[in-house]
Each structure stands twice: as C-alpha cells, then as structure tokens.
Ligand binder design. Structure first.
Ligand code: FE2
Length: 198
C-alpha cells in the first residue's frame, strides 16, 4: 500500500472506492474468528463503508454533513482493508521475525512487551474502536487507540497492524469477553503483511 492510499482523506483520494476481496476464504481464520463473523464483517460491514463513501462522493454538495459521512465511511473502509490483510490462517507459535521483529525489539524492548502493550490498548478501548501499531516517517513504532475509526491518517503516521474491537468483530464468537478475543487473535496475525507495511 502506498502512502497516499493510506493517508487521511484529501483531494486526491476523493475518488470512488472499490471493494477489496479477502485474500483467504471466509472460514480461513477459524477457530479464532468464525466464518459467520467474517461473512458479516467483510461482506456487510466493510462493504457498507465502501458504499457509504461512494454515496457521499456522488452527492453534488460537499457540505459538512456529507464530508462527515465521507470521512467516516472512507476511513472505515480503509482501516478494514488493513485489518483483513493483517490476518491469515492460524499458525502455532505465530511470532514475528526478521525486520519487523528487530523494529519491535528496538521500539518496545521485546516482543512480549509489545504484545502486552498492544493487547492492553485493544482491551481498554472504550466502546467501539481499534488498537493500532503506527509507524511514523522515521520508522519509529507506537501503539495507540482509535475511537470508532476516524483519524486513520494522523499526519505522517501509517497504521501497519490494526485490531478491530468493535463488537461486530467478536461478539458472535466471544460474547462480551473481548480479552479472550484479543488473546486468541495473535494466532492469526499475518506478520509477513505487517512487515511489508513497516
Ligand atoms: Fe469492523
């Protein structure tokens, strides 16, 4: 993904979005994330953001309300594209290696420290939101949170690993036990994809 595709909306990105298909089957993430959740999450929630962004673009008058709709839906679509690409089938001992591990060690001291920090970010989001691993323009890594999903593109900050903790992402499988979802999710992180973004 290029920087411009990844940044907060601007003139150049105000064009119709296409639906990005999953690179794996709907059941590929089981038992961590069920087919039912992926079906709803990708084919309904994500597609609704793409359609919402495109519908806002088609409105002739770009007033405050239309731009708010565009921002919400555009960022919703973009962050879900990163989230879906950040995952793959379950792997035992699914740990990062190579360049991304070096970067994590450099910025957080160890993978365990990073995992703890990111998990804490995910479990402590109030209401709907995301845990995010950002890289800045000098490749420093930071863990943060997003409320809902706006502010995807803080200036110069690129999300490279994101975890959706909106209830639609886990409730059917984990009910209100978000901490268990976060714990299991580490098994499906696609570290190759994260490394490519870093
Ligand atoms: Fe979501």
């Amino acid at each position: 993904m290029t920087k411009s595709e990844n940044s907060y909306y601007n003139g150049s990105s105000m064009k119709a979005l296409n639906i990005v298909p999953l690179s794996y089957s709907l059941e590929a993430l089981e038992p961590v994330i069920s087919r039912k959740i992926m079906e709803l999450h990708h084919d309904k929630h994500y597609v609704a953001y793409v359609n919402g962004a495109n519908a806002a673009l088609e409105k002739p008058e770009k007033n405050r309300e239309v731009m708010r709709d565009f921002s919400f839906n555009y960022n919703g679509a973009k962050i879900h594209e990163i989230f879906f690409a950040n995952m793959r089938e379950v792997r035992e001992n699914n740990l990062p290696s190579g360049k991304i591990l070096e970067a994590i060690n450099l910025n957080f001291g160890s993978f365990e420290n990073f995992q703890k920090e990111f998990s804490l970010a995910a479990t402590s989001v109030e209401g709907s939101g995301w845990a995010v691993l950002w890289k800045d323009t000098e490749n420093n890594l930071t863990v943060g949170q997003l409320e809902k999903h706006n502010l995807l593109g803080l200036n110069g900050m690129t999300p490279i690993l994101v975890l959706d903790v909106w209830e639609h992402a886990y409730y059917l499988d984990y009910l209100n036990n978000r901490a268990e979802y976060v714990k299991q999710w580490w098994q499906v992180v696609n570290w190759d994809d994260v490394e490519q973004r870093s």
